[in-house]
Design a binder for this molecule. Structure first.
Ligand SMILES: [Zn+2]
Length: 328
């Protein structure tokens, strides 16, 4: 067996560089300095899915980021997954569903206005839709999972005009009722929750409201796509089951936030879970099912392309993201 030590690896690299002969001049190719567009297609039976990335967050990790775990422990866990401490880079991944008759967009990202305020880190959905060849006017249905800004802000553009002018906007009825209720807003437990109430009202412009239709848990929203109750993250938080033939995909929205933290630690209570105890119960139920059924799962905050499987471990669950496929 050849043993590769750190010292031997570097020594080898130095040797091969020193030995490389300079035999020709190279054409000058400028560095690209921009990322490739973020969209990825796959099939669930006859249904075509397209993950359309909206970017990532950059949230400072403060005390209370995970309510029941000290900041130092969260940072140590992040570092154990080869990620930098102190900053939470949570992915945002809306998804298109094309069942051959209708085109739906599930969740809308942080909104075009965020592109500038985040210095390009997020607010990229419309750019990536364009790169994928999708005209926003061709989207028939926008389906929301819940009313957090990173899921609903993309309903409107930076100038507050409607982003998907021909789409009906399907929203979970429990969620809509909660966040639009002035009494609930007056009882908001924290400034953060109060801000969510205010943001929902900002995004629900007259133009948006005209297109809104509420849906119930258990309802089929388009052929092959059924809403399912996953409350806790928010009171009306909803996931969607996509089925075609003998294939099933579970669109989990935010049953876990990024899985490298919250699937691996299902008992961690993320600061944005409105009811963290209910969120944990939902998470364990759904993930036990996903692991037992070996069911494909797509997560809004999963690393791009945000689709994979989960398995049970001694301490929680572990995600396994799909391999890029060059053909559908
Ligand atoms: Zn959320």
């Amino acid at each position: 067996m050849v043993e590769i030590t750190r010292r031997a690896a570097f020594a080898g690299a130095a040797l091969s560089m020193a030995a490389a002969p300079v035999t020709k001049a190279f054409a000058f190719a400028p560095q690209a300095a921009t990322q490739a567009p973020g969209f990825y297609r796959y099939k669930v039976g006859d249904i075509e899915m397209t993950t359309v990335n909206d970017g990532v967050s950059a949230m400072p990790i403060e005390d209370g980021f995970v309510r029941n775990v000290p900041k130092a422990e969260v940072n140590a866990f992040l570092e154990s997954t080869f990620r930098a401490p102190n900053i939470y880079s949570g992915p945002y991944n809306p998804v298109l569903i094309n069942n051959g008759r209708q085109l739906a967009l599930v969740d809308t990202g942080t909104g075009e206005g965020a592109l500038k305020s985040s210095n390009g880190l997020n607010g990229r959905l419309l750019m990536n839709l364009a790169a994928a060849g999708i005209d926003p006017a061709s989207i028939d249905l926008v389906i929301l999972s819940h009313y957090h800004g990173d899921h609903m802000n993309g309903l409107i553009r930076a100038d507050n005009s409607i982003a998907f002018p021909n789409a009906e906007i399907l929203v979970p009825e429990v969620e809509h009722k909660f966040w639009m209720d002035d009494g609930e807003m007056s009882r908001a437990a924290t400034p953060r929750v109060e801000a969510t109430f205010k943001n929902a009202r900002r995004v629900m412009t007259a133009d948006v409201r005209k297109r809104v239709r509420t849906y119930a848990w258990g309802q089929e929203l388009m052929s092959g796509v059924t809403a399912t109750a996953t409350p806790g993250h928010t009171p009306g938080h909803t996931s969607h089951v996509v089925s075609s033939g003998n294939k099933t995909l579970y669109l989990q929205a935010v049953v876990t936030h990024a899985p490298f933290l919250f699937a691996r630690n299902p008992g961690w209570h993320f600061m944005l879970d409105v009811d963290p105890v209910a969120a944990e119960a939902t998470r364990r139920n759904v993930y036990d099912m996903l692991a037992a059924e070996r069911m494909m799962v797509q997560g809004f905050h999963y690393p791009f392309p945000a689709v994979g499987h989960v398995e049970k471990t001694a301490t929680g669950y572990r995600e396994d993201i799909v391999q890029w496929s060059p053909v559908l």
